[in-house]
Write a protein that binds this ligand. Structure first.
Ligand SMILES: Cc1cc2nc3c(=O)[nH]c(=O)nc-3n(C[C@H](O)[C@H](O)[C@H](O)COP(=O)(O)O)c2cc1C
Length: 358
């Protein structure tokens, strides 16, 4: 994805009608419905206007206790932005992204300008295919090591998005685990945190957002503890009979060069790139933000990584366990998230996302 502050635009709809360009941008926004988000809050809205797609944060879906600064909300918008851009590039569109345009609505996260047709990007096509295949896999991974070189494409994906994926060394795992435990202690003793977490945990089929219990896993002993959703009284819906200690999991931290809202958006873009690239590489992933939610824990992770850059989010990576894939988290309807202006030919069925691939 290219970004520039002052895009030079010329004849953007060449060869296409305005309606066709609107539809192309809307398809990208619809694909972005499947982007991962903190507690599956899906905290974004899209507005398609002629040759432009505007991505807004939906702060009504923010987490005031877990995420008071909107860091994870902005990361989540970044994953949606990347999903949309990958879709556009795979469909054969040239486009420019303005991130956090100044002097605008503070909720405006990005503006995607359509610049004209282009050959489908060979790099984007497999990532776009991976959108419907990716899902969080919180089960223990298969008892097979992930070769170091298998992680290179994931590192490269983060770099191309302007961030870094630091894969933790074994010697650092104890420190990162201590940071996770510290975050868990601080959070689970806070009734407001427990209430907010509980508000976004769902029974299967109950809602089109939130985390359904059948996507959770046994949060038994792990090298780095997973967020313990059961601590609020919901049983796990998944039981893995493979390696319960998850010994073969690798852990990466998406690191950004700065620590402001623009960096958080970049972190989300990079997170999406890492997760989709892992899917292409037949690796399973789950995301871990508890490591960075609590200031002391985040600083501890930063020190462990050598104090260079700012930890944005953690990713657990491994070879998927045999057996049925984990249940899928639901998504909001496209028409709840995507608004299309200035397309008299727009028809509602086009907003229906394609069926999920399991
Ligand atoms: C910013 C962010 C933070 C997340 N934090 C966690 C986390 O701490 N623990 C976890 O199990 N999943 C976490 N997730 C994964 C989401 O819960 C998941 O994406 C969402 O439930 C949708 O499910 P899916 O990834 O299977 O599509 C996070 C995702 C994002 C984008």
């Amino acid at each position: 994805m290219r970004t520039q502050q002052h895009p030079q635009r010329n004849d953007p709809t060449q060869g296409f009608t305005v309606a066709a360009v609107c539809r192309l941008l809307a398809r990208a926004a619809v694909a972005a419905v499947h982007a991962p988000s903190v507690l599956n809050t899906q905290p974004w809205r899209w507005r398609i206007e002629h040759d432009t797609a505007l991505l807004f944060a939906d702060r009504d879906r923010g987490l005031s206790t877990i995420d008071p600064d909107g860091r994870l909300l902005t990361l989540s918008c970044g994953t949606a932005l990347h999903h949309a851009c990958v879709t556009l590039a795979a469909e054969g569109a040239d486009f420019t992204v303005e991130s956090l345009p100044s002097n605008h609505d503070p909720d405006l996260m990005a503006v995607v300008h359509y610049d004209g047709p282009a050959p489908p990007s060979p790099a984007a096509v497999p990532l776009a295919d991976a959108i419907m295949k990716r899902h969080s896999d919180r089960r223990s991974f298969a008892a097979r090591p992930v070769p170091d070189e298998a992680l290179d494409p994931l590192r490269g994906a983060a770099e191309r998005c302007g961030a870094h994926l630091q894969v933790t060394w074994s010697r650092d795992l104890a420190d990162i685990a201590a940071a996770a435990a510290l975050a868990a202690d601080a959070e689970f003793t806070d009734p407001a945190y427990r209430a907010e977490l509980a508000a976004w945990i769902r029974r299967p089929g109950e809602a089109r957002d939130g985390v359904p219990t059948d996507t959770l896993s046994d949060a038994g002993p792990r090298k780095i503890p997973l967020r313990d959703f059961r601590a609020i009284g919901y049983p796990s819906g998944l039981h893995s009979d493979t390696d319960v200690e998850d010994q073969y999991a690798r852990y990466g931290i998406v690191v950004t060069d700065g620590d402001g809202p623009g960096d958080w958006l970049t972190g989300g873009v990079a997170l999406s790139a890492v997760l989709l690239t892992a899917t292409v590489e037949h690796l399973a992933t789950s995301t871990m933000s508890d490591l960075v939610e609590h200031e002391t824990a985040r600083q501890a992770v930063r020190r462990t990584l050598g104090g260079v850059g700012y930890p944005a989010i953690g990713v657990r990576i491994g070879i998927p366990a045999d057996g049925a894939a984990p249940a899928r988290a639901p998504r909001r309807l496209a028409r709840e998230v995507v608004e299309v202006l200035a397309d008299p030919l727009w028809d509602e069925p086009a907003l229906t996302p394609p069926p999920a691939v399991r």
